[in-house]
Structures are given as C-alpha cells and as structure tokens.
Write a protein of this length. Sequence first.
Length: 398
Amino acid sequence: MCIVTTHSRIGLSVIVAIAIFGSGLVSTATIRTFLAGLEGGVIKLEGAVIKIVSRVLWSLLSLWVFATTSARADIIRDLYSAQVPVADQSAQALARASREALAEVLVKVSGSVDVLQYPSISDALGEARGHVQQYAYSRDKDEPQELSAHFEFDGAFVTRLVTQAGAPLWTANRPPVLVWLVVEDANGRYFANWETAPELAQQLLTEFARRGVPVQLPLFDLADSAALSPKEAWRLDGPALQSASARYNVQDIVAGRLGALSAGNLVGDWRYFSPDERIDRSVTASDAGAFVREGVSIVAEEMSARYAVSASGTDDSSVSMSVVGVFSYADYAGIVSWLEGLELIEHANIEYIQGDRVELRLHAQADAGQLAAIIELNERLVPLPPTDPSDQLSYQWQ
C-alpha cells in the first residue's frame, strides 16, 4: 500500500495526471477521481493501481531523462540552405558567395565532398546565383564587422542536379551522432561542453549542421559523470564510451581528444564507432576549428557511404512493399506520407489492404536494397522476412 500525504499532493498530482493521461492506460474519469482523492489530503493506492502509477511515473522519468535525445533518425530541415561569409553587398560578392553556398548545399545533400568533382556540377556552380530562391544578409552580434549571407536554393533543382550527375543522394532522414570530446590543457583534462568550452561546443554544432549530420552532446549530468570519466574518454576506451552512450539511444558515437603542442599547433585523435566498424584518425591542426572539421568529415563521409544512394536513372523503377500492423487510416496515411517525403521516392501507391496488412508499390529512383537502407532509419518500420515471394520489402508497423 502506498500513502500520498498532503504536503506532496500538489506536485504529485500534476506529475501523475500528466503521466497517466499520456500513458493511455486509464480513462479521464479515473484521473478525475484520482485527483479528487489527492485533493482530499490522503489517498491509498493498492494492487493494480499502484502498478499503473509506478509504471507511468517511471515512463515519465524516462521521458525526462531522454528529453534531449534524438530518435534513430532525424529530419534535416535546412538541407537546401547555407550561410557563408561575404565581403560586402556588391553583386560580385553576392555571386561568389552564392557559389560557395551551393557547393556547401551539394556536399550536404550528397554527404561527400566528392560530389563537387562531377563535371556537370562544376558547371552548375557557375550559375548558382540564378537558382537562389531567397537570400538575406546578417551580422554576427559578437563580431558586427563580419557580414554573412544566408541562401536558400530550390530543393527540386538541387536533387535533380545531384541525381542527373550520377552522384549519390542522401535523404533528409539521417541518424544522429553523439559526440564526446576531451580537452587537455594547463587546467588538466575535461569534457568540452557549454560550461567548460562554449566556443568548442558551438563549433561542433555548427560544423555538423554544415554537413547535414544531426548531432547531440551528452548532458554531462551526474549519470554521465558516473558512467564515464575524462580519463577514460581520453583513452578513447571503446567499451566505456559505448556503455556511457547507451542511455542516449544512438547507433553512432564519435569521441575525440585534443591537446596542444609546444609549437602552438593542436594535436589530437578521433575515434568513430558506427554500427559496422570503427574508424581511428590522428589529426594535427592549426586551430580547434580545423580539428573539429576533420572529425565531422569522418562521420559525414562514412554515414553517407552507408545511406546515400545513386539514382537508378529510370523513372519507372518500382519496388513492392508490404506492411503489417496497420490498424487505422492515420497509420497508413503516415506511412505513405513518410515514404513520399524521401527524395528518391516519387510515389508510394497503396495497391491492396486486407486486415492489418497494406501492400504498396514504390515508384523510386533506387532499387530495393538501396531503399531498405533508408527505410531502416524509421524506428516504426521493423524489417520482416517476406511472407509473399512478390514482396521485395516487408515490415511490421509499430
């Protein structure tokens, strides 16, 4: 039996009301009765009720702990925009900045700097100004003398440019990466975060955003302190890093260590853990920004190699897909909407519905294997062995 006393009833009533209502485990009438009991001063919880309250309170606690974490894949909203420095507001400076911005967008969309080597893309960069949808100037509030221009390009134009060139295309659905970075200086070794090294933390966010990779910094709370010390992180200890990262529900982890040489240069290492491999790289850099960019490049290039696909080159390529566990219109509307939001899928047509099973025909510029690599980023679509020989892709909706 659990006793809730008057001195805690207000805070607890709010927590429990939110938790139980959000859980969908009981009706609103039950919630009202429960809250009325709390307001009366004392309430006794027994049997199944206490199990429900315990369950939902732990669920609420978990939601709070993971409030800043990412899902298995995030959608990059600014995939077709870039901000670059500009000397002044002249036409010549604007044209030059638009070329730099389009190059940045193309690298972000493809995932690799190699996209800039394609002849047709090199030619298109010279006409970048004509494909700008809108632009705006701004000045840094901390450095007002520094002028920059924010450009937005037509997404259809960028996608068409990449696919027609034969370059890989990375959809906007991308997995997040968790970053642990340890710095060594005269003060010792410490994690780079918003309190200890705010400029370095901002550089991490800026550079990952520039490459179109969702990034997350650890919370650096008591749980993180208990799970991973700067000493362990400095050793780039794989098991320790992966154990400390488990609470963040990510598949990709990158850890770095950064120190200074007597000559003034910075030296360090990056270790990247992907689901399939580990990549190690030593870096000597002139400044922290260059060191960060190297680490970001490792992650972006490897991720795009996993998920970016080259268009098939045909407009009538189709792939069959079946999904079970679809019980409502909202479910299959959500599935179709998500699929058609993928850049390589032109249409996702429903061909047949029976019970909780939906069969679709995907008209795409990619084959079944390429689409499977992209679709696996949706946590709610769990791959299944095909039950029908005609199904190229088969999933459980959850």
